[in-house]
Structures are given as structure tokens and as C-alpha cells.
Design a protein around this ligand. Structure first.
Ligand SMILES: Cc1ncc(COP(=O)(O)O)c(C=O)c1O
Length: 406
């Protein structure tokens, strides 16, 4: 059956690989005992065995890697596994692991793969909690960190004890896009693991594994879930590497609940459709803003004015729904513009069907003074817009009226 073969085909990328929307709908599907089209939600924490003979057969099969079944929810769950197979198919990965949040995916991956005393390279602009985890917590294990500013040659950043590079692309809020092929090749030649947080891209727009990256992580809370109604994280890549993270998860315990996995699988089915509209809205709105006299500057990788436009065009299939821009005026004028918006909701996340808007100066950086924020590259008039899947024309009308008020 077509759907059943998809997860197998996905492992070896070939010309016969189905498109990403087909994969989002059918990837990883397996027959279930209820003949249900939508996979059943299995809530049970432990699995039941019919007898000690049944238990022994299970233990032996698991030891030999002959079964995906698990005996306890911290080690896996049928509904979570179904979402994992779908995610692996989407990433073109051998395996994927679902966790409780994007941060659970990042912290568990780093804890599993970075040895004590090892050196980690983080690209500048990584999510601030990722940076905080490495600087404040991994340092307790003697791990050292270098923040790579993208300009310094890699020879000057890598060390003999470098264990792992964690890159984020596109970044928040300026949507910087890193050339992953160059990084992957340089790291691979030195036996250094590469992990890419591709939350802003999704597998529809960017496939880091196909570019030679070892592992891809996502905050599935964003585009993968897509409806602002769940928290989850995923790490995907080669089976042996994912297995190391899976074993760490069995101890650290930040697992994804089956209910969340079921919601995620439901959201994933429309990922292709949703991303087409996010990409369209992102591009059209970015072009509109760039031409608007009240707007100072726009950052969107789909614009030729973006510093990484060429890399983005080469590497990505679309540029997503996040657009950042500065409006003329200070914090008050920017706040008036944001308050005048009718469609985007004032909220901190991104990647869902509802457009969201945030003023970084009033959100993550509010505790700092204007001057301190500016030193960190966050001016008071910066706006980050996560375009949802609303009609493009309505978003443009709304932005135009709000820019008059601001
Ligand atoms: C790029 C990126 N990575 C990771 C995370 C953390 O994800 P979560 O909130 O699902 O823990 C976020 C959250 O905003 C993010 O933007």
C-alpha cells in the first residue's frame, strides 16, 4: 500500500519520493487494529502483556531491535511514534524523536551528545534560552562555548575539543540565513556534529539533512503544530544519533504527551497547504512594507535587500511567514501602530494560522533600557510579524490602516 511504503522511501531520498504535502498527510502511516483512517489516540502509560511468555518475547524482540513496541510511556507511545514517523518522513530522516517542547528537544539533544569538557559552537542569534542553557547550565559540566558571529572564518572558531555546532536558520528576529552546506562540510571533515534549529523554516522550506547536517531540531509549537494550541519539540536525523537522544530522554523524562502528539499529527497533515499561504503572505507583506513610506527597514529573506537573500534562494523553497521591520518613530508610535492592527493578535509566538505581532522591546527585552536594547540590536521601533493564513488582501488592508495611525 502506497501510504505504508512512504516511511521506507523517505529514508533514501530518491526521485520517486512523494511531495512534501503527500508526506505530511500519509508519511509514517501504519495499519491500526481499528481500521481507523485517523490514527487512534492511545493514552495508556504502561503496555499490558498477556503472560510472562508474551513479556519475554517482547523483551527479546526489543533487544534485537525487532519491535517498535514499548512497555512504558517514558520510552515511547503508539500515538507519539506515529507523529515521529510522520516527522521523520517530512525531514527525509531515518528517525525522529518527539519531546515535550522545543527546549526539551534542544536541551536533551545537547545533554546526550556533548561530552563534559567539550566545546560547543552556537551561531549568533540562536534562541536566547538555547544560549542560556549552554552558557549557564552546560558550563556546569565543564562545557565551553563560542558564539560564532558568521563573519569569523570557521578555522578561527573550531577547536580540537569542539564536539558540536548548533546553528539556527533563519534566525529571530532578523531572519538571517546560514549557508548550511559550507558548515556541514567543514564540520564533517573534522568529525564535529552539526545540529540545526530550523523552526522558522519547516521541512517544507528547508531540508537541513539533505545539505549534510547531522540533526535537525524544531520547536513544533510553531509551524509544525501550526495552531497555537500545543507545545512540542522534535529532533530528527540518522537513527543511531537519534537513538542516543532517545535514551537520554528515557532518563531525563521530558516526553511529549500522547494527546499533544495526536494534535500535532493533525496539524502536520495541512503543513504543505499552510506553508504555501504563510510563504505567500510573508513575501507579499514584506514587499508592501518595503515600499511603504512609514516603514524604515524590512528584513525578509525573500527580499533582494536582505543580506542573505542569495543563500536563502539557493537553499530554501520558500521564506516563511515571519517579517521583521522598523517603523518611523519611537516606541510610542510603534506601539500605536501595533495597537491599531485589527487582524494580528499581540502574542509572543509564531508559525500558527492566526497572524501574531510582537514588539521585541516590550516583550523579551523590556527589562533593559532603550540604549541597552539598541546595543543588542533591538531598536524600540522594531516589529516582528508572524503572518498567519488569513487572506493576503485583508492583511494588506489592515497594515495600511494601522500604518496611518502609527
Ligand atoms: C527558534 C526557536 N527554537 C526553540 C524554541 C523553543 O521552543 P519551545 O517554546 O517549543 O520550547 C523557540 C521558541 O520560541 C524558538 O523560537
Amino acid at each position: 500500500m502506497f501510504a505504508q511504503t512512504i516511511s521506507l522511501v523517505a529514508v533514501t531520498e530518491s526521485e520517486t519520493l512523494p511531495g512534501v504535502s503527500t508526506m505530511a498527510v500519509h508519511g509514517g502511516r501504519q495499519p491500526n487494529p481499528y481500521r481507523a483512517v485517523s490514527e487512534p489516540l492511545v493514552m495508556s502509560a504502561p503496555a499490558v502483556f498477556q503472560s510472562t511468555v508474551d513479556l519475554m518475547a517482547f523483551v527479546q524482540a526489543r533487544r534485537q531491535g525487532l519491535t517498535e513496541q514499548v512497555e512504558y510511556g517514558r520510552y515511547g507511545n503508539p500515538t507519539v511514534q506515529e507523529a515521529e514517523r510522520r516527522l521523520a518522513a517530512l525531514e527525509g530522516a531515518e528517525d525522529a524523536l518527539l519531546l515535550a517542547s522545543g527546549m526539551a528537544a534542544i536541551t536533551t539533544t545537547l545533554l546526550a551528545l556533548v561530552p563534559s569538557g567539550g566545546h560547543v559552537i552556537l551561531t549568533e542569534g540562536v534562541y536566547r534560552r538555547t544560549r542560556q542553557f549552554v552558557v549557564d547550565f552546560l558550563s556546569r559540566l565543564g562545557v565551553t562555548v563560542t558564539l560564532w558571529d558568521w563573519k569569523t572564518p570557521l578555522e578561527a572558531v573550531f577547536r580540537s575539543e569542539t564536539a558540536l555546532v548548533l546553528a539556527e536558520t533563519p534566525t529571530n528576529p532578523y531572519l538571517r540565513v546560514l549557508d548550511l552546506e559550507v558548515l556541514a562540510q567543514y564540520a564533517r571533515e573534522r568529525g564535529v556534529l552539526t545540529v540545526v534549529d530550523a523552526t522558522f523554516a519547516t521541512p517544507v522550506n528547508l531540508r537541513p539533512l539533505a545539505l549534510g547536517i547531522d540533526l535537525v531540531v524544531h520547536s513544533a509549537t510553531k509551524y509544525l503544530g501550526g495552531h497555537h494550541d500545543l507545545l512540542a519539540g522534535v529532533v530528527a536525523g540518522e537513527k543511531a544519533l537519534v537513538q542516543r537522544v532517545r535514551e537520554a530522554l528515557g532518563v531525563w523524562g521530558g516526553v511529549c504527551a500522547p494527546q499533544t502528539a495526536s494534535l500535532l499529527s493533525r496539524g502536520l497533515r495541512t503543513l504543505g497547504l499552510r506553508m504555501a499561504q504563510h510563504n505567500r503572505n510573508g513575501q507579499v507583506v514584506a514587499e508592501f512594507l518595503e515600499a511603504h513610506p512609514v516603514v524604515e527597514r524590512v528584513w525578509y529573506p525573500g527580499l533582494p535587500s536582505h543580506p542573505d537573500h542569495e543563500v536563502a534562494r539557493r537553499q530554501m523553497k520558500g521564506f516563511g511567514g515571519v517579517v521583521s521591520f522598523t517603523v518611523r518613530g519611537g516606541l510610542e508610535a510603534t506601539a500605536r501602530f501595533v495597537d491599531a492592527l485589527q487582524i494580528p493578535l499581540l502574542a509572543a509566538s509564531l508559525g500558527g494560522v492566526e497572524s501574531l505581532v510582537t514588539l521585541p522591546a516590550l516583550a523579551s527585552y523590556y527589562h533593559l533600557s532603550s540604549t541597552e536594547r539598541l546595543a543588542l540590536g533591538i531598536p524600540d521601533n522594531l516589529v516582528r510579524l508572524s503572518l498567519g493564513v488569513e487572506d493576503t488582501a485583508d492583511l494588506l488592508t489592515d497594515l495600511a490602516q494601522a500604518l496611518k495611525v502609527g
